[in-house]
Write a protein that binds this ligand. Structure first.
Ligand SMILES: [Zn+2]
Length: 474
């Protein structure tokens, strides 16, 4: 292929599709575009001719035509078993690094993954998220399967918002329907709430006095246990069933449906795990994954905090429950950087595991910034510090503000080391939204354009460490 000077051709992106050559090219002003040559069909829009072909913008309309030509650009479901990894990308430029990390690992990648909350905070749309992932896969020459996760859908309207853009996975977050107050309720109050549930008699009948033996781990329900689990989760399960039918009625092909109850106050008990999956089945919800809240602390962007033996013990029982009620995947949210528990997760959930990460790719981007433009890093750092008190409120983190050093006390050469500090990591992790809607976003993005290979190399190394640790347990 020949290109005019000043254009950069991504060699790995070149594909031959029935006489049409498709490639990704970077223009003189640093934009990635689609380059077509040969016998291309009409239909692409917003394009212009250059010597040797046609240049088209990465719009969703153009990408849909490409998806028709290259079906591997369409997201497909992970299914209810296997090992998979979710690569959330808040900046929208990380996919090539994610591709490099996952290729050859045996893990099924989810390259488009963003929660409604993250989209709101970054002012991105489900369409942007999908486009960024497809662009990254094209650039890197990736032709294998991938999934796309519309994450943390909390309202039925959220389904309408994401549906037109080819997502293959829908993560239902029923937290508005979870009653977190059950632990403190007296018998009378609990009974009163339980009686309000539809079909409460039948629910009681399904569990009361039942004894489940999961390979030697016995889970028994008495009346109080049933009422507590039902009052806490029944309406959440019912909401999930409504969301599931809505998606099933609208999506013609197969899809993944995950239920996430990972953001509750208390760890998911074995009884609750049994209750939730059994009720989902009872309501006909064909779920492929569930995100439980595990024991210990899962703070953003830092390693697991807790007792590893206790964690392992609980994971064993959850696996035994899965064997009885599965197949489905156990999905681990806030999964980045939890390297100490990865071997345990890999071992006990082998064949049934999904791990989601998101903010950690943003932190890797800030490493590039810290190294290549200390002055920009200082601006991002200071702005994040200003926003921290406000932004931290909706996140589950553990930061001592006195451990956050003022940036002017740090030698610029040591900026990259700041990203090893767990307080700094969490602070930067929760303030991304503010940074990414400020004018700093364009500066960060254009730096990443200039140093994209730095960024991809860091991501590759970072995620290979994650995947190797997960495999280490197998
Ligand atoms: Zn989550």
């Amino acid at each position: 292929m020949e290109l005019e000077s000043g254009f950069k051709l991504y060699q790995k992106s070149i594909r031959d599709v029935d006489g049409v050559k498709v490639a990704v090219v970077r223009t003189r002003d640093g934009k990635d575009v689609i380059h077509l040559s040969g016998d291309y069909s009409p239909g692409f829009s917003g394009c212009y001719n250059i010597a040797g072909g046609l240049i088209c913008p990465f719009t969703y309309a153009n990408v849909r035509i490409l998806m028709g030509m290259l079906p591997s650009l369409k997201a497909v479901p992970l299914g209810d078993r296997g090992m998979s990894f979710g690569f959330g990308d808040r900046l929208g430029v990380a996919t090539p690094g994610h591709v490099r990390a996952v290729v050859g690992s045996g893990f099924f990648p989810v390259f488009a993954q963003q929660s409604i909350r993250e989209m709101q905070r970054t002012r991105r749309t489900p369409q942007d998220v999908m486009l960024s992932a497809v662009k990254g896969m094209l650039k890197e020459g990736y032709n294998a399967k991938f999934g796309a996760d519309a994450d943390h859908l909390k309202r039925l309207e959220d389904v309408d918002y994401v549906l037109p853009y080819g997502y293959s996975m829908f993560t239902c977050d029923p937290s508005d329907y979870v009653n977190n107050g059950t632990a403190l309720m007296g018998v009378e109050e609990l009974k009163g709430e339980f009686d309000k549930l539809p079909d409460s008699k039948a629910i009681l009948g399904r569990y009361n006095g039942k004894r489940f033996d999961f390979k030697g781990y016995v889970v028994e329900f008495d009346e109080m246990d049933v009422m507590r689990a039902a009052v806490k989760y029944y309406r959440a399960v019912e909401f999930a069933a409504r969301m599931f039918s809505k998606i099933r009625d609208s999506v013609r092909s197969n899809f993944d449906f995950e239920l996430s109850v990972d953001e509750t106050d208390e760890p998911t008990s074995y009884k609750e795990h049994v209750f939730i999956v059994n009720e989902l089945r009872h309501l006909g919800v064909e779920f492929t994954g569930i995100a439980l809240r595990f024991v210990g602390e899962f703070h953003k962007g830092v390693d697991y905090i807790g007792n590893l033996c206790e964690f392992e013990e609980s994971v064993k029982v959850h696996r035994a429950i899965l064997d009885e009620f599965g197949p489905y995947r156990i999905s681990v949210h806030s999964g980045s950087d939890k390297l100490s528990i990865y071997p345990i997760l890999g071992r006990y959930f082998e064949g049934f595991l999904h791990v989601k990460t998101a903010g950690t790719s943003y932190l890797e981007a800030l490493k590039v910034v810290a190294k290549r433009s200390p002055s920009l890093f200082a601006e991002v750092y200071n702005y994040s510090m200003q926003r921290f008190d406000k932004d931290r409120k909706s996140y589950y983190i553990d930061v001592d503000k006195s451990h956050l050093p003022p940036i002017d006390t740090i030698d610029t050469r040591n900026y990259p080391d700041l990203l090893q500090n767990s307080d700094v990591r969490q602070m930067l992790h929760v303030t991304y939204g503010s940074v990414l809607i400020s004018p700093l976003k364009d500066d960060v993005l254009s730096l990443l354009v200039d140093f994209e290979d730095d960024y991809y190399a860091l991501l590759e190394e970072h995620f290979k460490r994650h995947i190797d640790a997960l495999k280490g347990g197998v």
